[in-house]
Design a protein around this ligand. Structure first.
Ligand code: HEC
Length: 152
């Protein structure tokens, strides 16, 4: 291959890689429907939650998934773990939430959830949500992230 052709090929390859990593990894229409039927009743339409009762899922999940244990926390809270959604559907809803309500908080290195990952970790559902959550919030604070409130 001539040097110029090689350069062009390398540029194209780089473009493809960049494109692939940003490719949409969820089915938005399915996610919205599953969200409406399974999550929205408690978490409210725009994911801002109900003060004193239900945490917001907006601008916080992205911080949780930056921690390995936080990545599992998100799928192991009872509302998610015990929902009627199958593993692929739950992965889809979580990826949609992370892409549409957590664009700012989501780390650039975030790898979308897969059905296999959900299947491996969603059960048993957490029984000590408050304690696990507090531990994660403290870890985030140690990392300089104060955006996730200790109490909701
Ligand atoms: C019956 C009401 C209800 C439903 C339905 C529900 N949740 Fe929740 N969710 C809660 C409550 C209450 C909490 C706080 C933790 C706890 O007490 O379980 C919570 C916590 C969470 C958290 C942790 C957020 C944080 O800041 O601690 C995530 C993530 C979550 N829910 C996702 C979902 C998803 C996804 C669905 C739909 C598949 C869903 N929930 C359905 C009530 C609900």
């Amino acid at each position: 291959m001539k040097p110029r052709a090689m350069l062009a090929a390398a540029t194209l390859a780089a473009l493809f890689t960049a494109g692939a990593s940003q490719a949409q990894t969820y089915d938005a229409a399915r996610a919205r429907q599953d969200w409406v039927l399974n999550c929205m009743g408690c978490h409210t339409a725009n994911g801002s939650g109900i003060p004193g009762k239900v945490p917001a899922l907006r601008n916080s999940l992205g911080h949780f998934v930056s921690l390995p244990e936080g990545r599992q926390f998100v799928m192991r809270v009872p509302g998610a773990a015990n929902s009627a959604l199958n593993d692929a559907e739950l992965a889809n809803v979580l990826n949609w939430l992370l892409a549409t309500m957590n664009e700012q908080s989501r780390p650039a290195s975030f790898k979308p959830y897969t059905a296999e990952e959900i299947a491996a970790h969603r059960r048993p559902a957490l029984t000590d949500v408050a304690r696990t959550r507090m531990k994660l919030v403290k870890q985030l604070q140690e990392n300089g992230v104060n955006a996730v409130p200790e109490h909701y």
